[in-house]
Design a protein around this ligand. Structure first.
Ligand code: PMP
Length: 424
């Protein structure tokens, strides 16, 4: 009962018992386990139950939980540097590392979350172009900043709400929602508003309506249209950055974004975010330029150390990406085989180690409308079955599954074994 006792008491002090809504398992008939420990590919709850983790803290834990090098970097740093609000060499090291190893990042600004990164990138784009309108895609999630909370993915999609209370009409009047993977729709929007659009923000591999990769010709077309109209293209790689490849989703598409946002993996599991890109755009940021954006904790040394340890390890071990892609393919194939044997209505979308098992009879899922047709109740039953069997995956259909380099064939087999005992 310890899990339940803690969770119930948490509800007295924190809305829903959580600090972020999806953790509450709101639509499930089970309560969330209260996690005590993480090691490698495993989690342990307060009652000593263990789970193979397929959430990975919603993306960051690509090296697995409590990776030795990350833990050491955090320990060593916090002995002498916790917070200064002043320049440090550690922030330079991480900034330089990202600028020199990832394409199209001339300069970067550290912040504390993905939300801050996307919100600031859009403000910068507006300041740079002198335009107000932004285009976002239905089913993409860019954090909880007001202007993005229209037809958003992730928890917003799970809760089935079109927008969000507390967001004045004023805050979203400059947000245009477009259909993912539909270039005609983008053309129409630009025909009408082209000269007013500051930026288009997109998850190049969407993970927040479940995994839905952009089609290459769509991204290429989008990039061309942005260029023709003087709008900036912002790739939100908060989830896909350092995940689908070290150099992120942009490395698969041959499209050059003007700005890129990061978070999750780049902070090694500590609160972190960043946005970077074209030098002439980044130089519009205060103190160099007129776009004001600041942060007491931005570039915090302990966070920088965790991020640097994570990114250098990933960079120095490119085979990690081959390994997790191979395991993800094994998982995908196994899931498809079992679904076929059992007659389960399943469609798998996967891009490298980001993957979603959609419960649907549709033949493809390419956008928000397709994703919304899924049988979320069947997904819920599946999720609850998997959890009981020791597999920790997202409680919502509209999320991605993540693997870490600590996963092996054994953990994938375990997933498939538990799935084999799922009956509708
Ligand atoms: N952008 C994307 C693509 C995300 O997946 C998320 C979070 N899942 C965010 C932005 C917001 O990041 P954060 O939760 O760190 O604010």
């Amino acid at each position: 009962m310890r899990n339940l006792d803690i969770f119930n008491e948490s509800k007295k002090y924190m809305p829903g018992g959580v600090n972020s809504p999806v953790r509450a398992f709101k639509d499930a008939t089970v309560d969330p386990p209260v996690i005590k420990k993480g090691y490698g590919a495993y989690l342990e709850d307060e009652e000593g139950n263990t789970y193979v983790d397929f959430i990975g803290a919603w993306g960051p834990m690509i090296l697995g939980h409590c990776d030795e090098d990350v833990v050491n970097a955090i320990k060593t740093t916090c002995e002498t540097q916790i917070a200064f609000g002043a320049p440090t060499e550690l922030e330079l090291k991480l900034a330089k590392h990202i600028c020199t190893t990832v394409d199209n990042i001339d300069m970067i600004r550290m912040v504390n979350s993905g939300t801050e990164a996307t919100m600031s990138a859009v403000k910068l784009a507006r300041g740079f172009t002198g335009r107000d309108k932004i285009v976002k895609f239905a089913g993409n999630y860019h954090g909880h900043f007001e202007s993005f909370l229209v037809s958003a993915g992730s928890g917003v999609m799970t809760e089935g709400i079109p927008g969000c209370a507390g967001v004045p009409e004023e805050s979203v009047k400059n947000t245009i929602v477009a259909q993912y993977n539909n270039i005609e729709n983008i053309r129409c929007i630009f025909d009408k508003y082209g000269s007013q659009i500051a930026a288009v923000i997109i998850e190049p591999v969407a993970g927040n309506m479940g995994v839905v990769p952009a089609k290459p010709e769509f991204l290429k077309g989008l990039s061309d249209i942005c260029k023709e109209n003087g709008a900036l293209l912002i790739f939100d790689e908060v989830m896909s950055g350092f995940r689908v490849a070290y150099k992120g989703a942009q490395s698969f598409y041959g499209v050059k974004p003007d700005l890129v946002t990061f978070a999750k993996i780049m902070g090694g599991g500590l609160p972190c975010g960043a946005y970077g890109g074209r030098r002439d755009v980044m130089e519009h940021l205060s103190p160099m330029g007129p776009v004001y954006q600041a942060g007491t904790m931005s570039g915090n040394p302990v966070v920088m150390a965790a991020g640097l340890a994570t990114l250098t390890k990933l960079y120095n071990n490119p085979y990690y990406y081959e390994k997790i892609e191979r395991l993800a393919a094994m998982l995908e194939n196994g899931v498809k085989e079992i679904a076929k044997e059992k007659g389960l209505p399943i469609l798998v979308n996967r891009f490298q180690s980001m993957m979603t098992i959609f419960f649907t009879n549709e033949e493809k899922i390419e956008n928000y409308e397709d994703a919304k047709k899924c049988d979320t109740n069947l997904y819920r039953l599946f999720f609850e079955h998997m959890l009981k069997g020791g597999i920790y995956m997202a409680p919502s259909q509209f999320e991605a599954m993540f693997l870490s380099v600590k996963h092996t064939e054994k953990e994938i087999e375990k997933f498939l074994d538990v799935m084999r005992t799922f009956n509708i």
